[in-house]
Design a binder for this molecule. Structure first.
Ligand code: ZN
Length: 179
């Protein structure tokens, strides 16, 4: 429990640099990020690290997910993986071209890889993850020219809210003497 976003316990880690990223809750990206934040809060209620994701196709959400690593006892049960699986089931294909994925936290190496493999067209994320992020922080998997699919990446959308959820979660965990 001390790798990946679980280790992000510094309250400053999730704050986007000033002026970085777009949007309020009013623009389309902000609107879907609000939905991803709702997913993250659902995780919070189950004492999971609060990260949420939604996959959007044709202006409609076709997959949702939140981190359920504890509940499912599965290291791959990140929000993005569950949302991508749900979206692929909804579409009846693993090809998720023309889809956008919204994630409250910058995806890790595994999830960034899955996003590329699913041929997703756009990634919009909230808070950067300087310790495990693979979409600009540590690595840049979605735009790596050596891979056969690349996608547009927008970071920092509603970053403060996304990061705030994580900061609150880890603060509470520390207070409870956990982790
Ligand atoms: Zn991940």
């Amino acid at each position: 429990m001390n790798q990946s976003f679980n280790s992000l316990d510094s309250s400053d880690s999730f704050n986007a640099p000033g002026g970085w990223g777009a949007g309020g809750a009013d623009d389309p990206d902000g609107r879907f990020m609000v939905e991803a934040l709702k997913c993250a809060r659902a995780g919070l209620e189950e004492d999971e690290v609060p990260v949420g994701a939604v996959v959007v196709y044709g202006g409609r959400i076709i997959g949702r997910g939140y981190n359920q690593r504890e509940k499912l006892a599965d290291p791959t049960a990140h929000a993005e993986m569950l949302a991508i699986t749900a979206a692929a089931q909804a579409r009846g294909t693993w090809h998720l071209e023309e889809c956008t994925i919204y994630v409250t936290l910058e995806p890790c190496v595994m999830c960034a890889g899955a996003i590329v493999l699913a041929r997703i067209e756009r990634l919009v994320y909230g808070a950067p993850d300087p310790k495990a992020g693979a979409c600009g922080s540590l690595y840049n998997v979605p735009t790596d020219r050596r891979l056969n699919h690349r996608l547009e990446v927008i970071g920092g959308v509603l970053a403060e809210q996304a990061g705030g959820l994580l900061t609150d979660f880890f603060r509470k965990q520390r207070k409870l003497g956990k982790k």
